[in-house]
Design a protein around this ligand. Structure first.
Ligand SMILES: [Fe+2]
Length: 228
């Protein structure tokens, strides 16, 4: 299966990356990953692409990733897939939102995911990988050739671990799991900042210096990230 077409939309005051994913640029159905804010803009993009939204996937339930779930789900009729452990957060959003942000609408997710599931949604094969550490239920979505990795790994940085349920050793293990399970040229579409690859972060991310000594460098030449 070829690498899907992925469009990034940076939304809201925390500059979160929401992604619209299609099996290819001509596909008529799509997935939305982490609709964090600006629902009108995201729905406008869906209209402009002329796609039906088959599913809304959430990597984790920090407010900046879920602020637009309810309005986008209502407008598209798409079911929401939420990390199992964090479903109560989505169901009571404002309880967890720091002062000065929101208001955001709560939502009861149609489906929960724990990791290990394999889905085919909008014609895209999706492998669900449990990647806790930044948040307790955090999930990474692996699609052919790419990861939609929320707040696990960033270009030159990693997800913060000082929020409730965060833990550095756990996050480091999650990143190590991704580095060993997927090829170095796997594109990483993160929840904040720019697109990168697993290989680039493995080799140069300053937060992964200890991990680098444990994960051997692959022989293959790393591909450059695809700018979008
Ligand atoms: Fe987060």
């Amino acid at each position: 299966m070829s690498t899907p077409d992925v469009r990034a939309f940076t939304v809201g005051p925390v500059q979160e990356n929401c992604y619209i994913v299609r099996a290819n640029a001509g596909a008529t159905s799509a997935l939305i990953v982490d609709p964090g804010d600006e629902p009108e803009r995201l729905l406008g993009a869906v209209d402009a692409l002329g796609v039906q939204v088959d599913a809304i996937l959430l990597t984790h339930c920090h407010f900046d990733h879920i602020g637009a779930v309810a309005p986008v789900a209502r407008a598209t009729g798409a079911p929401v897939y939420c990390p199992q452990i964090e479903r109560p957060v989505l169901a009571d959003v404002m309880r967890w939102v720091p002062p000065g942000f929101g208001p955001f609408e709560s939502y009861e997710a149609e489906h929960t995911l724990a990791g290990g599931e394999r889905l085919n949604l909008a014609g895209v094969d999706v492998e669900v990988v449990f990647t806790p550490g930044h948040s307790p239920g955090h999930i990474t979505y692996a699609v052919p050739g790419a990861l939609l990795s929320g707040d696990v790994l960033f270009q030159g940085s990693v997800g913060r671990v000082d929020l409730p349920g965060g833990d550095w050793a756990t996050l480091e293990r999650s990143i190590e799991g991704l580095l060993t399970a997927f090829p170095a040229d796997t594109i990483v579409y993160p929840g904040h900042m720019g697109v990168t690859t697993l290989g680039r972060e493995r080799d140069s991310n300053p937060f992964l210096s200890e991990l680098r000594q444990r994960v051997p460098r692959a022989a293959a030449v790393d591909a450059a990230p695809t700018p979008r």
